[in-house]
Design a protein around this ligand. Structure first.
Ligand code: SF4
Length: 444
């Protein structure tokens, strides 16, 4: 098998996968390979898959089928399946796709070099499972072309919500030592990143391995690093959010006034069936505390409609909660069963039609709330971190501290990617803001 020079990575799913793709790319670049935007030009193709959405396995196999066609033109092409579906299907993937060269689970991302070397010796490798010690080789993460520095602080999840496959695909919780995290953040600041995002499936459940310190302490330490202009973290678990964590929002203005806090349902009965461990009252109280600490905070959430056993009354409670709390965005999904999870075995499944109707109703309510919230920002000036091209010729796009997308015109040339620039908001849509870059500078 000849050596490979160019690689192509297709990434599905969450920020954890995005960062894993940066880790995969970094390892390949260290071996002298270069990224390409075209699958046809690639010598290595990696599919970094996600199993959160419906029919994930089916979609992965159909995508791998497409990649196999490129192998006809380039018999030396190496195809690797990575990510959560890799963990889920393991060995089976090699049997099902004869041209697949290796399978690499999310907890084994750091072993890509070794897996490729073994492949070059002729072995079809399956590297899945969860080693007790997770090595984070952050020196080899490729951050090219990205506007924020993502830093894993905790991997896996111990919660076992009845609808979720993550504990199976990403394994039990493993926390990184604080010294390692702080070093990586300092390094990113030195490289010029203005925004840092701490990542974990239940990021606020981070604990110093073998120590006492918790996520409130970690937030305090990271926010205190000179040069960290913006700090975000995702995803927070409501039950794990403590008053000292809330306090950090008031204490550090560089912690962005934005929090993704999945509620999943407004009904206590459904929350119990989901195994979430909090009531809607406790969730509302937490939101109140956060808004007291940081009145400008924007909150987003995840909601599942049509969970088994959900009645019209339960769904009404979800609508009520959404109407009351006025989230800046809602990621709403219709329940769909995941293999190996408990929820599909629950009584009284909700039929497709009812699930779809509820989803539409929820989305319509949220759209009207979002429109109002965004319209209230027209006329304000906001610091925007530039992330890419806008939706019109010549426009650029970026994010406010409250994580809203802004499309703006600069008038006198492009603003560098990754920099922060002041923008006057002139128009609002439910899902984005439109504006013009100001010449004077405002603080972030
Ligand atoms: S806490 Fe999040 S990642 Fe963990 S099982 Fe529940 S939904 Fe899944």
């Amino acid at each position: 098998m000849s050596r490979s020079n160019r690689f192509y990575i297709e990434t599905w799913g969450c920020q954890m996968n995005e960062l894993d793709s940066q880790r995969l790319a970094g390892q390949l670049m260290r071996q002298g390979m270069t990224p390409t935007r075209s699958v046809q030009e690639a010598d290595i193709v990696l599919l970094n898959s996600c199993s959160v959405r419906e029919k994930a396995e089916h979609k992965v196999f159909s995508r791998l089928g497409r990649y196999r066609l490129f192998k006809k033109a380039n018999p030396d092409l190496i195809i690797g399946l990575c990510g959560c579906v890799a963990q889920q299907v393991g060995e089976r993937a090699l049997a099902r796709v004869p041209d697949l060269d290796f399978v690499l689970g999310p907890a084994r991302v750091g072993e890509l070099g070794d897996v490729l070397a073994r492949r070059h010796q002729g072995e079809r490798v399956v590297a899945v499972g969860f080693p007790e010690r997770a090595d984070f080789d952050y020196d080899s993460i490729s951050r090219d072309g990205t506007h924020k520095g993502m830093v894993t602080v905790i991997e896996g999840c111990n919660k076992n919500c009845t609808f979720c496959i993550v504990p199976q695909t990403r394994g039990p919780e493993r926390c990184r030592p604080i010294a390692q995290i702080l070093r990586e953040v300092e390094q990113l600041v030195e490289q010029g990143f203005l925004e840092i995002e701490l990542l974990g499936q239940t990021v606020n459940h981070w604990r110093e391995p073998g120590g006492e310190q918790d996520f409130a302490h970690l937030l305090d330490r990271v926010a205190s690093i000179p040069g960290v202009e913006r700090l975000r973290f995702v995803t927070s678990y409501p039950r794990d959010f403590t008053p000292p964590m809330v306090k950090q929002f008031a204490r550090h203005p560089n912690i962005c006034p934005y929090l993704h806090l999945p509620v999943q349902s407004g009904s206590d009965r459904i929350l119990r069936l989901m195994g979430r461990g909090y009531t809607h009252g406790e969730y509302r109280e937490l939101v109140g505390q956060l808004r007291d600490a940081r009145p400008d905070i924007a909150l987003s959430t995840d909601i599942i409609v049509g969970f088994p056993g959900e009645t019209d009354g339960d769904f009404f409670e979800t609508l009520e909660l959404v109407g009351d709390l006025r989230f800046s965005s809602v990621f709403a999904f219709k329940f769909s069963p995941r293999p190996g999870t408990a929820a599909p075995r629950l009584d009284s499944p909700v039929n497709e039609e009812t699930g779809s109707r509820r989803l539409q109703e929820l989305l319509a309510l949220q759209e009207s709330i979002q429109r109002e919230l965004n319209e209230s920002l027209v006329g304000t000036e906001m610091p925007v971190l530039v992330t890419g091209r806008g939706n019109e010729p010549g426009a650029q796009a970026g994010r406010t501290t409250c994580h809203r997308i802004v499309h703006f015109h600069a008038h006198n040339g492009d603003t560098p990617l990754g920099s922060i620039t002041p923008v006057r908001i002139e128009k609002a849509n439910p899902h984005s803001l439109l504006g013009s870059r100001l010449l004077s500078s405002i603080s972030s």
